[in-house]
Structure formats: structure tokens, C-alpha cells
Design a protein. Sequence first.
Length: 321
Amino acid sequence: MNILIVKLSSLGDVVHTLPAVQDLHAALPGVRVHWVAETGFASLVRRCEGVERVIASDLRRWRKAPFAHDTRQEWRAFRAQLHAEAYDAVLDLQGLTKSALIAHMATLAPGGKRYAMANRTAGSSYEAPTRWIADVAIPLEPQLDAVQRAREVCARALGYAVQGAPRYGLARATGSRDDTVVLIHGSSRADKHWPEAQWIDLGQRLLAQGHALALPHGSDEEEARSARIAQALGPRAQVWPRLSLDALTDRMARCAGAIGVDSGLSHIAVALDLPHVQIYNHDTAWRTGPLDSPRQRAVYASPAPSADAVWEAWQAVTMPE
């Protein structure tokens, strides 16, 4: 059976979809899974156990210059990849017009169908064309966390039951772990940030516990924040260079754990099964935060959790019973 998943972005959403691939293989032995993802996230999808082929899309860039020679050439190549195989099921797990367009472009095998969500779930983006284009629109409960939503759509489309805790199947670099804790302070949304004074307070406690600290960044603003925090904490707090997603995932996988705001990198920490505390200024941890696990938990408070609350959670996920 050939299956095409359409989940283009964002980084956290892509990570939340990885367990659905593991479910597909457990329920449907011999299944072949292909996945359409934005180019920036394709390297992460390639690391997912059970994904045979990744088709990279640059829709965002193509829209900026739709009539340029390079755009037309790349679009033709993209269409050719979508038509290279016939699919028994095309699963639009994004729920947007652009993902519906891609699902519509894919070639179906005889008897094949396109599946999509019939409705929005709380806190998630959704656009009606996804259900108009689908052969089967699957109704969902409005209160589903992001991981469960992807798993349920696949299960209901293909006739099996979701079973057990999610398994991400994210390939890891080999090598032993060190004592570094990654402080993931960056997010695409400023209202998800945690105050720098809190990061410094937390960092001092981690240093006293014997850890080294790492501060990744993905923009000039985040790099400047990393530098300020590192300067306040001293030489055992290092600002990592700006790394590719692959290199960053490998480097995080060798660390002792991570503490971060609601961001793609924090969700990667969950997928890598690192000891992890995720910090929320909004009451959305139920939707995107770590599921119940002795190694991972979310901390929420408004306007922001205290350093004491985050430290208590860190102790809980790292200390033996």
C-alpha cells in the first residue's frame, strides 16, 4: 500500500506528525510512506523511521516570483515527483488550502482516495478547501492535542485504532551524552518568550548542579539574546553557532536534556526523548506540550511561570523516584 502524507510546516507541526508514521507501519505491515514537506523541514522528515521518500516543496518561495524561470522549472519538477507514484491514500494532515492543492495534484492508484479533516480543532489553523477537495472528510473532536490529531486522522482514514503512547522514530546520531542542558529561549512569537532574568536564574541553578549550558539561536535577535544570557552566566554557558536543522538535532541528541519555550526545537527535544521541561505563558500546553511522561512535562502560568516552578519540574524529570 502506498501512502502520501501532506504536512508542509511548521517545524513543531511536522514533529507532531512523526508518530502517525510509526502507527501506519504498525497497523499496515509493508506500507510505503512518502511525505510532502517544505524544504526547510525535509531533512527532519528524512530522519523519521518509516518514511521512504520525501518530496520537498518551496511553495512560499515560489509564490513570491510565480513567473520566474527558476520557479516554473522547479514547479514542473515538483509536479513530476508528485506524479511519479500512484497512491492508495493521500492524507492531508495540514488542513490548509495549499496542502489541499498538493493533495489534489497527487496521482491516485485505482480505488485510491484523498482524506482530510472535516473540521477545525481548537487552536489549529484550518481552511475549508481541504474538505472540499477530499474524497473522505474525517470529523474530529474539537479538543485534540496536535500529536493525537494526526494519529487519529490516519487511523480513521485507514481503519485501525490508535494504540499506545506515541513513538516518534526520529533517528539519532551515535555517541554518548554529555552534561549539557540546552536552553531553548527562541520562538517565532514574542508572546511565547520567557524573561531573560528567569533564564539567568535557572541557568545559575543548573550550573550549580554541575551542568554546562548551551544556547542555540536561529536569528540575529535570538543570537543577541543568547549572548546576553551567556555573558551573565559565565564560561560554562556557550552560544552555539547557527546550525542546520540536521546538525542541531544531532547536537541536541547528545545533551543531558533541554528546557525551552513552546517552539519547534522544544518539540524536537520531546521527539528525541530528552529530559525536557516546556515553558508556557498561555494555557495551550494541553494542545502542543509533552504528553504525560516521567521524563517530560509542561509548566504554565500567566504572565509567565516562575523560575522556581520550572526548576521544580526539571528536578521531577531528572531525579529518580
